[in-house]
Design a protein. Structure first.
Length: 324
């Protein structure tokens, strides 16, 4: 069976694998030909991605060798020949960046996870991803893009163009600031929140001191945070239903005491925007002292404002499933 025949089978029976091929190109087809008689082998999982990783690294070595030869030409020629060599060198650099990003996708797939998405990723999405992965080669940005691609492989439409553009607009300082705030934020279902704090309070982020006001300003400017005066946890219409706030395995279970209690008993908060919550999913979240401090603030607020509340611990198995 030729490459086109193998590619057609992959496109029909293994959309996730085909989505990888759309980005990396035909040199991965050897990975597919071994399964042409059994479409179930077109599955995409950790093992298959690790095998693909080996092929990506081999291709990257060839590109590095080709770039080395082009570098010699650039140094030892002039005129049109030198310009052509420089253009080819730049194209190979972009290809190297892209393959390096795709190689990291395996890091965001669970050991026992099977990607069974039966939809093909839109060509426009692939084009945008290729553009970003080829041009932006910082290690931290590669990880965000690789995780974004992993999410899109699992479920087409999970990562929209706004999210991709946001990743492109980050500088490293803003990326670190957002990661710092994600680690300290409290989960209220799918929304990340944190309590009011002294805006002049300074934090060490990647070896530099930044005030909370500076952090909030930068992240609000990118539409990642909503810090309007209307930021309150409002449970008055929840009736007997309880609301849960979570930080790691710590869970605050609470409900509003009585509808006759005035609104002054609402709990003030800052919260991530929809975009901020979406981008936060691409980060690896770590528990820290500030997050526990912020959780304690909400715990005290619930107590002081006479909420019906209790702190419980999330079962370990459920924590492993949900993560931090």
């Amino acid at each position: 069976m030729d490459d086109q025949g193998a590619l057609a089978l992959v496109q029909k029976y293994g959309k996730p694998l085909y989505n990888i091929l759309k980005i990396t190109g035909p040199f991965l087809l050897s990975q597919s030909k071994t399964a042409v008689e059994n479409y179930s082998d077109f599955k995409l999982n950790k093992v298959r991605l690790e095998a693909i990783s080996i092929l990506l690294q081999e291709e990257a070595k060839k590109i590095v060798e080709d770039r080395s030869r082009l570098r010699e030409i650039i140094m030892n020629t002039t005129g049109l020949e030198r310009i052509r060599a420089q253009n080819d060198y730049n194209l190979l650099t972009k290809e190297l960046n892209k393959l390096s990003t795709v190689d990291r996708v395996k890091d965001f797939i669970g050991d026992n996870e099977l990607i069974e998405n039966d939809k093909e990723i839109e060509d426009s999405w692939i084009d945008k991803f290729n553009q970003l992965a080829s041009s932006l080669n910082e290690e931290w940005r590669k990880k965000l893009l690789a995780n974004a691609f992993a999410l899109e492989l699992k479920k087409s439409g999970s990562v929209n163009f706004i999210m991709l553009n946001c990743i492109a607009s980050f500088d490293e300082k803003t990326f670190r600031m957002f990661g710092f705030l994600i680690n300290a934020s409290i989960r209220m279902y799918e929304v990340n929140i944190f309590p009011s704090d002294d805006g002049k309070r300074a934090f060490d982020i990647n070896g530099e001191k930044h005030t909370l006001n500076e952090i909030i300003y930068r992240l609000s400017h990118l539409n990642l945070l909503n810090t309007s005066s209307e930021g309150y946890i409002d449970l008055r219409n929840q009736g007997e239903k309880e609301t849960y706030l979570r930080y790691g395995r710590r869970v605050l279970k609470m409900r509003y005491p009585d509808l006759t209690v005035p609104p002054v008993h609402l709990i003030r908060m800052n919260y991530f925007t929809s975009l901020g919550n979406d981008i936060a999913k691409l980060y690896a979240r770590n528990i820290n002292a500030l997050g526990n401090e912020y959780f304690d603030v909400f715990l005290r607020e619930a107590k002081n404002k006479q909420y019906i509340y209790s702190e419980i611990e999330l079962p370990e198995e459920l924590h492993e499933e949900l993560g931090n």
